[in-house]
Design a binder for this molecule. Sequence first.
Ligand code: IPE
Ligand code: IPE
Ligand code: MG
Length: 247
Amino acid sequence: MIKIDFNKLPQHIAIIMDGNGRWAKQHAIGRIRGHKKGAQAVRTTVKTCREIGIKYLTLYAFSIENWERPAKEVEALMSLLDEYLTKETKQLQKQGIRLTTIGEINRLHPSVKEKLLQAKESTINNDKMVLNIALSYGGKDEIIRAVKKIIQDNKDGKININEINKETFSNYLYTSGMPDPDLLIRTSGEYRISNFLLWQMAYTELYFTNVLWPDFTKDDLFKAIASYQKRERRFGLTSEQLKEKDY
Ligand code: IPE
Ligand code: IPE
Ligand code: MG
């Protein structure tokens, strides 16, 4: 078992859950069964994060670009999500987890959307952990949406140009009110961001692993956290400056 320091946990972990298709290929089964196995890894990861005291967990489940995949696969992903919500909402409730989403929820199938709204509503007062799922999400799209809203609010006299800064801009994003991720994990050996949380990851620590998402275990999560805990987050300062700050 990998050792981690429970007093220095990242407050917010974001995960690009990649590699379901390759996992299926490895096992000579269809991609959809790979996604099913991936859903299992979601359950254990959520549970572990909740148990160790992570406050925010953001999971990239479906990107805007993923809509372009074969219709059959998109449909299967939507019904898996439907199934997850049906089975898991009670568990989330039990574990004191609040469910939130980021992305174009309106594009989702009406029954999925309905279940999501219900799950969000019923867990709204839970305060042990926020499980934030990115669905039909794109980072560039999120920024453009924010810009449009700001222009509209400016026209309506709600915000002055001088009031636009990093903080006010952040409030126009889907993630408004949430701290930026401290740690990003991407599985499956790809070294890219794939349009995820572009604004929010300005100073996030990045961790890449070759493990395919369906194989991702508690130990793999601990490895990522251990790596994060070894790093010095300098935010542009010098190491010496940071040491002075500690005293
Ligand atoms: C991640 O696995 C799940 C989604 C993007 C929905 P992939 O389906 O991208 O798996 P690979 O990359 O083809 O192995
Ligand atoms: C990123 O994975 C999106 C999700 C994990 C939901 P992709 O498999 O879609 O990313 P690319 O296409 O390899 O960049
Ligand atoms: Mg992929």
